[in-house]
Design a binder for this molecule. Structure first.
Ligand code: GCO
Length: 452
């Protein structure tokens, strides 16, 4: 028992967070390139212009992945690097970069997993209305076609969108992320519908132009829930809560069901649909068919969860966290149970093989006097979380785990103030140092999690 023999141990990154070379080799601009330059958006005025300079250092980085024993690497393509205007003209230098990245991974025996969209909306498309424009569905399809044509001879695994909850919610509701807009609710629901359709269109294009049988998935996030006890009523309470939309309107995107039911079940969650229908554009059967274009695997980014019990009134309620509850440096709660209950509930509902496409934490990592980076908190966190994941692996079809992140990187509005990596990055020199957790993770991989 334990993890399947072919369980995939990997790590994840995204293009803007690591690549740098923001104005190089004909790359177009995307919404983040522009957003970071406007004062007040990013902690300490940081930008991703240079980031980890992975664009130039990717060969060295892949050597480090190999040394860590990674079996797979999940990265994203910067749409504007290969299609500077979002559609039309192809930038061959951008294609060459990803092509070489893929070849080098394969030479090192590391399986590439491509995410099409980790929030880098080409600025030219943003100026044409971006996600508000229904044409985005076809634009995203065109981009997916190009990716399939150029890379799918060597890459088999694809995820369409990363965390639509965040790029719609933080990008267009709270305005904390690019493009920093506080749009009316109605607009955000329209965008969400276009986003789901764009996903479906990308799946069609990947299948149609794929050069081999592709394995296609989706990588949303959303709040996980776990029961306070294993009593059936608490489990049921957590199950109801994980698929509900109990958040207030200004935070409506932060849920699982709105973003995954349409794709996996072919319809919006019924109760919520009735409640939000007034904000929705006209939805046709063809829309729903496109959105539900079959996928092969289900990815979920999971960082933490809420503890739920059945209240005396027969309604699920959240159990308040006790004073001094463990938290990571970014202040997120440490709730290992979410890696057991999350996959379990998701598998029950969606019946697709599951990958954890992201999980991890930020710590206040420093280089110690002995020149090493000791991160006992990360090891402790991982030991707890992966232990729970192992329980899940014994019950559901769990295919892989991607740690967020391979290396410290640009943490969006928080700039470089949060360190999520297994590898420490000194941004002054671009030196990389394995943290203790990287060695620890290497052993986990070697033993396929046997000791967890
Ligand atoms: C996310 C993003 C990552 C973040 C990570 C830590 O999917 O939210 O994929 O880009 O860096 O989650 O916040």
């Amino acid at each position: 028992m334990g993890f399947a023999k072919d369980f995939v141990w990997g790590a994840a990154t995204s293009s803007y967070q690591i690549e740098g070379a923001a104005q190089e080799d004909g790359k177009g601009q995307h919404v983040w390139d522009v957003f970071v330059k406007e004062p007040g958006h990013i902690a300490e005025g940081h930008t991703g212009d240079r980031a980890c300079d992975h664009y130039h250092l990717f060969r060295e980085d892949i050597k480090l992945m190999k040394e860590m024993g990674l079996m797979a690497y999940r990265f994203s393509i910067d749409w504007s690097r290969i299609l500077p205007e979002g559609v039309g003209r192809v930038n061959e230098k951008g294609i060459a970069f990803y092509s070489e990245l893929i070849d080098t991974l394969l030479q090192h025996g590391i399986e590439p997993y491509i995410t099409l969209y980790h929030w880098e909306l080409p600025y030219a498309l943003h100026q044409r209305g971006g996600w508000m424009n229904p044409q985005m569905v076809e634009w995203f399809g065109e981009y997916a076609k190009l990716v399939a044509e150029r890379f799918s001879d060597r890459v088999k695994y694809f995820f369409t969108l990363n965390e639509p909850q965040c790029f719609v919610g933080l990008g267009f509701l709270t305005g904390e992320h690019a493009p920093g807009i506080k749009a009316p609710l109605k607009d955000t629901f329209a965008m969400a519908h276009h986003v789901l359709k764009a996903h479906g269109r990308a799946v069609q294009m990947l299948r149609q132009y794929g050069k081999q049988d592709l394995v296609i998935g989706y990588a949303p996030t959303g709040s996980m829930c776990y029961p306070e006890t294993e009593r059936e009523e608490d489990v049921e309470a957590a199950r109801q809560m994980i698929f509900s939309m109990s958040q207030e309107d200004r935070n409506w995107t932060w849920n699982v069901a709105w973003w995954s039911d349409p794709i996996l079940l072919g319809h919006y969650p019924e109760k919520e649909f009735a409640c939000y229908e007034k904000y929705l554009p006209k939805i046709t059967d063809d829309d729903m068919k496109l959105i539900a274009e079959p996928i092969d695997i289900y990815g979920q980014n999971i960082y933490n969860g809420r503890c739920i019990r059945m209240g005396k009134d027969g309604k699920p309620e959240e159990v308040p966290r006790y004073v001094g509850f463990p938290r990571t440096a970014i202040n997120w709660p440490v709730t290992p149970e979410c890696l057991y209950w999350g996959p379990k509930f998701l598998y029950e509902r969606y019946k697709k093989p599951i990958y954890i496409t992201e999980n991890g934490l930020s710590c206040h990592d420093v280089v110690s006097l002995d020149k090493k980076v000791h991160d006992p908190n990360r090891i402790d966190f991982l030991a707890r979380y992966l232990h729970e994941l192992k329980r899940a692996a014994e019950e559901v079809d769990l295919r892989g785990y991607f740690h967020w992140s391979l290396m410290d990187n640009f943490e969006w509005a928080k700039g470089y103030t949060e360190r999520f990596g297994l590898i420490y990055v000194d941004y002054r020199t671009q030196e990389r140092i394995f943290k203790d957790s990287a060695y620890w993770y290497r052993d986990v991989i070697r033993k396929n999690g046997e000791d967890l």
